[in-house]
Design a binder for this molecule. Sequence first.
Ligand code: CA
Length: 737
Amino acid sequence: MRTYLLSSIASIFLIGSCASQHTGPEIAQTEHTDTNSTQTATKFVSSQQEFREAIERAQPGDEIVLRNGIWSDFDMLVVANGSAEAPILIRAETAGDVVLTGASSLRLGGSHLVVSGLLFRDGHTPRPEVISFRADEETLAYHSRVTDSAIINYSNPDRTQRDIWVALYGQNNSFDRNHLSGKLNAGPTMAVRLNSEESQNNNHVIAHNYFGPRPVFGSNGGETLRIGTSHFSLTHSGTIVENNFFDRCSGEVEIVSNKSGGNVYRGNTFYRSRGTLTLRHGNGTLVENNLFDGANDPYTGGVRVINAEHTIRNNYFTNLTGERFSGALVVMNGVPNSPINRYHQVRDTVIEQNIFDGVRRIELAEGADEERTAAPIDSQFRSNIIISSSNSTPFRLMDDLSGIEFLDNRSSELPPDEIADGFEMFPASDLETSLPARDHFGVEIGDTGVAWLHKIPEISPFDGGQEISVVPGRDTLSSALMTAQAGDTLILQPGSYSESRSINLHIPVSIIAAEGPERPEVTFQRPNLIRLSANGAVQMRGLNVSGAQAPDASGNSFISTTSTGGSGNHIVELHDMMFDEFDVNRGFSIITASKGTFFDRILIQDSRFSNVSGAVVKLDAETDDYGIYNAEYLIIENSDFSEIGGSVATVYRGGRDESTFGPHVWIRGSRFDGIGTRGEPVLQLHGAQNVDVSDNRVINAAPANLMITTGHPVIREENNQFEDGLSGPLLNITDLR
Ligand code: CA
């Protein structure tokens, strides 16, 4: 068996400094001479064939330079051995200007290899990984490094297809100063694999990377980083994750899923990221000097603790709004004699010298239920500072906390009686002035990633384009949609628009009425006017839409989705819209999700719907009970529904998985009259995790059905009025847990 002595972390960075000092002089092309001399060569390559030949001949100290340009469908395989003193360097002629597109991937096998300056975009990997630190199951990488590289928007167009963008195997490898952003399909963005002895005790370093936005995935499998799996959770990993910036990494409840032993998370910044750094499996993790700043975004959390012998110290947690599994600090209850894939009891864990500044929740013994009955033991919570931004303590105790010793903590609000002895009280202002400077924690965004790519700014997808005037007539709207650019706004002049084509919309576009008293009238002659795919999103305002010209066909829906051509996170916003005559057959909808597609949000405001034969919003295509669903937010406000054949909304989220925050269904201030002529409830909600039905008026409709299937859904129901003047309940709740 192949074994490698563990080198120190410093040796990895020695390799690193060699590479970063390289300035890329324009050396004339030289052929490597087949001698035993120690002379090294720089070889420029312009084709995949030249690259393969150069790799076959590569000797320690050699440098292979990929010429700038597009390298499409490049199955880039590097199997070679450099040496500690003389690694083999494979680099872009200019960092960022060697672009791998289409069905490209990179595999490394051997030792002392350094790859630098590559950009993957405009495609997706045909392999299980984009960048793999192994050539195959037997040929792993050791003492190797990928740096100054990027993978952006390189998602499989079928969001249900699993892949991993970067997978570390072997030992003593480094992935540093890279930029990964925009993964939309299933599977972690990056993973450390421990699936053979050669990949355990790995001493990998993951440092100074920029993990850019990862949107909500809509089921388990949206982690940004995973280290290990439950199967290998009791093995030692020893990966160091330091000085990385996690920017809006919000795929699911686990930003990071730690599933192995002896890993270190140090000096990272978690910014506006939903969920937590989750110590899901494995023992002996060190979490220190990190900054968790949620900027008060929903569901932002800190660290979730499961298992034994962890140390969580000197971290700064601020402006985090999450609760339960997404609290600023969550210490879980375990399962007695837990199977390896469930919850091991927390024990011998120290939580010290952390600052909790304006966080909503610190959850202790969280998850306590009939199965998770083992409260934390032999642990300490000491010398922490808790500054409340409200008049209430963030602590919530779900079970017996006598197994945690509370000592020398300072707090601005009195914690619950059971633990209050371990706290001294101070005014918030006194505690604030005693805090160390913020830059003691985390890393600056500018000190991560690559210099040649912008970090991702926050802009509305509907901004940044042109305003385009559209005149009434036949197919004028569909023609404008076919030539629109991302962010454009189509301004419809008054009059009639008759559309004979269905448009596959893969970019965000706004369609709004021109100012004035007269509203544009839109009819369409296909089962859908708009089918969203890829990054398709649409915002509409001030239009009257009639379904009267649509065919008597199955699947009729004004807006639908298709995964053909890519299934990104869609947005639909309808403001001040009127829909009528959607009753040419008995299943006509306004918005429908097809299987394998996902909406970030559907927002309906100030709109009227009448004579719609099916469900107005149909989000029930994921019926496999895998915890997958079709929309994160469905929000209906100040709108009016009358003579609706089906339910106003059908939402289905099956399965018992606890990895998602959604779906959210918020129905407020709206009026429902004559809903469900075939007996359907006004809303049909299965497995929704966050429901608000308030301030609605309901006439001639059956109450809403809400099936609770998993988790602890947040449910709000207030001030709904029925025809007879009595109030609610509007929600008919069935608990299937
Ligand atoms: Ca997960």
